[in-house]
Design a binder for this molecule. Sequence first.
Ligand code: ZN
Length: 177
Amino acid sequence: MNMTNALLLFAACTSLAPTAMAATGHAHEHGVASLNVARSGGSLLIELDGPLDNFVGFEHAPRNAEQKRRLADALAILREPARVVNLPAAAACRLVDAAVAEPFAEKPGAAHDAGDENHADLEANWHFECANAAALDGFEVTLFKHFPRLGKLRVQVAGDGGQSAQTLRPASAQVGF
Ligand SMILES: [Zn+2]
C-alpha cells in the first residue's frame, strides 16, 4: 500500500461510524490499546482505540458522581494532545483536528458493541501538520503517565518508509518512523 492509499484508508476509517472499524475485529483486552499512526511528510494522523477500562476503570455508563468525574477527566486529557503525545519541538507541529468519541453519550444504557454489553471501548484521533517534516523522526506517547491501567500499546505505523508494528510500554513509549 502506498502512503496516499494508507492515508485515505485511515481517513475513511476515522470518519466512518466507529462500529465499522470495530467490526474489522480488534481484541478487547484490558490493559492494552491500539494506536494507528499514519505519517506522510509533515502530516501525522494518530488514532487511539482501546477498552474504556484502561482510562477510567469501568466500562458501563457512569453510575455516580465519582465515575462521572473520572470519565470527564479522561476525556479532558484526551482532548489535550500535549498530554497524549510529545512531538519533537523542531518539527513545529500544530494540531489541525482532534476527535474524542464520548462513550455513553447517545443512549444511556445502550450496549456499545453488539452482542457484548459488558465492555465498552474508547476511541480518539488527532491530526497534526508539521512544518518541518524532516525533524519528525518519531514521538513519545505520554498516555501511560495519565492512565496507569494502560500497560501496553500495540502500534501500527504506516509511514513514508513503509509499515511497521511496534509495541510500547510505560518504560519504552517512543514511536519511531
Ligand atoms: Zn472490557
